[in-house]
Design a protein around this ligand. Structure first.
Ligand code: F0G
Length: 461
């Protein structure tokens, strides 16, 4: 629909509501202490606005809930599977459609088939579970983001792009035969939820063709990426987003999706490709670890909801609201002088804590300290992407500074309204005036693998 007004409204009305966790500052101070200053340990009922992740946290539509009731729970050959398969084939064009319970299950299966010791997977940027699943096979995961992705302050339209020249240089050094796959993550979650242009996808495709390397999409947020192409890339303004998405898939040899994002559901995923040899091996692993070919770790009702969600997400009124509402949060923070990855991404705003809290040393976890302050003052939960998540440790176990200190404010789909976001902006405005008073944290204990989930911290002396 043509929309001539400045106010972009939520393009839905609300049929079911859930109360928010309203707490006092005192209760939150206690909750933080009990959680050892790790927000993964906070009970969700004690969170007011939960921006921990946009994954599996969205609201389903009335049509999806209707689909849930229609779900066919047959073990084999369920009608819901065929609806799911048809929808994915229509959208992606891939012949082999393998359901999985979430994105990382697809990664475990795919890299089990194609990766292994001595191999290397190249990407614009691997998401952390993707990297972990590549490395678990003994292979290496190499990221080739464009340079502008690392300049957080300076806006650029497609900061999710891959640096094609750097990729080619690496392919020549490593040898194409050691690189079984190139992965383009759309949008690029690790570096700010930034989009990849069609031009860049085409250039990476051409590079992969030159060296005989298959290219897959990690397409958790494909619809948001396609909408950014429509908004920002020359020649696509008049093109329906669905066609843009189809063109993105056409450039790839396969894809996997965490459907917990752009399929607008709370659980689910798929792996899809044309390569019959790989898919046959993948299906063996599927049956071993997930379930039979026609359900793959999901209930029939989940498959039904995904099929409907994949169509709904490409509604341009929805996407206009989605991208605009994320930008609205980013603009509000910038107005208060809060440094962010600019422009805001599709699914969230990433606050640059290194710049916001320059008085906190990396060893005292500036991004984690900011995330805790945000919870303490406003009951808002974000997630640290910094030294706690990515800092390597020296021989004595001391964290080394990660290259970035970010707090991601990921926005669940169709869950919060503009007043919730105005509230988040207001809390940030209050914190911005008192940034110097925010204190760092010391680590008490942290495991070697994925420390951010279970680390215990305490206020620094
Ligand atoms: N790929 C990307 C780009 C992701 O963002 C995620 C998950 C996955 C793969 C793994 O999918 O969670 O369904 O197993 N991202 C979530 C997040 C966890 O918070 O960004 P999953």
């Amino acid at each position: 629909m043509e929309w001539k007004w400045n106010t972009i409204i939520e393009p839905f009305k609300i049929k079911t509501v859930e109360p928010l966790g309203i707490t006092t500052r005192e209760e939150r101070a206690k909750a933080l202490e009990q959680a050892h200053y790790n927000l993964f340990n906070i009970k969700a009922e004690k969170v007011l606005v939960d921006l921990l992740t946009d994954s599996g946290t969205g609201a389903m539509s009335a049509a999806q809930w209707g689909g849930v009731m229609n779900g066919d729970e047959s073990y084999a050959g369920a009608r819901s599977y065929y609806n799911f398969e048809r929808e994915i084939k229509d959208l992606t064009g891939f012949e082999e459609v393998i359901p999985v319970h979430q994105g990382r299950a697809a990664e475990k299966i795919l890299f089990g088939v194609v990766a292994g010791k001595g191999k290397c997977i190249i990407s614009n940027s691997h998401f952390d579970t993707t990297r972990a699943n590549v490395e678990f096979t003994g292979a290496e995961a190499m990221d080739f983001p464009v340079k502008e992705a690392l300049n957080f302050d300076k806006p650029a339209p497609f900061k999710g792009n891959a640096d094609v020249a750097a990729m080619e240089k690496f392919i020549k050094e490593k040898g194409a035969k050691n690189i079984p796959l190139c992965v383009m993550t759309v949008t690029n979650n690790s570096l700010g939820g930034q989009p990849v242009s069609m031009e860049n996808l085409k250039a990476v495709r051409a590079l992969c063709d030159k060296y005989g390397i298959p290219m897959f999409l990690d397409c958790a947020r494909f619809a948001e990426n396609a909408y950014f192409i429509k908004l920002r890339e020359k020649g696509y303004a008049q093109c329906p987003v669905r066609e843009i998405a189809e063109q993105m898939f056409e450039l790839a040899d396969g894809a996997w999706m965490s459907s917990k994002k752009d399929a607008l559901v709370n659980i689910g995923g798929f792996l899809a490709m044309n390569n019959k040899e790989w898919s046959a091996k993948a299906r063996q692993m599927l049956i071993l670890t997930e379930g039979f070919n026609t359900y793959g770790g999901l209930a029939g009702r989940d498959l039904e909801a995904i099929a409907i969600g994949l169509r709904e997400v490409l509604d341009e009124n929805y996407l206009q609201y989605r991208i605009r509402s994320t930008a609205y949060l980013g603009e509000g923070l910038l107005r208060h002088g809060v440094p962010i990855i600019n422009p805001p991404g599709g699914h969230g705003v990433y606050v640059n804590a290194k710049k916001f809290l320059p008085h906190i040393k990396p060893q005292n976890f500036p991004a984690q300290s900011l995330a805790c302050a945000l919870y303490l003052e406003g009951g808002i939960r974000g997630v640290e992407i910094g030294t706690l998540m990515f800092g390597r440790r020296d021989a004595k176990g001391v964290f080394q500074a990660a290259p970035m200190e970010l707090v991601r404010l990921a926005i669940p789909r169709r869950v919060y309204t503009q007043s919730h976001i105005d509230y988040v902006i207001e809390v940030f405005g209050w914190l911005a005036k008192r940034a110097k008073q925010i204190k760092g944290l010391d680590v008490v204990e942290a495991p070697a693998i994925l420390p951010h989930f279970t680390a215990k911290l305490k206020p620094a002396k």
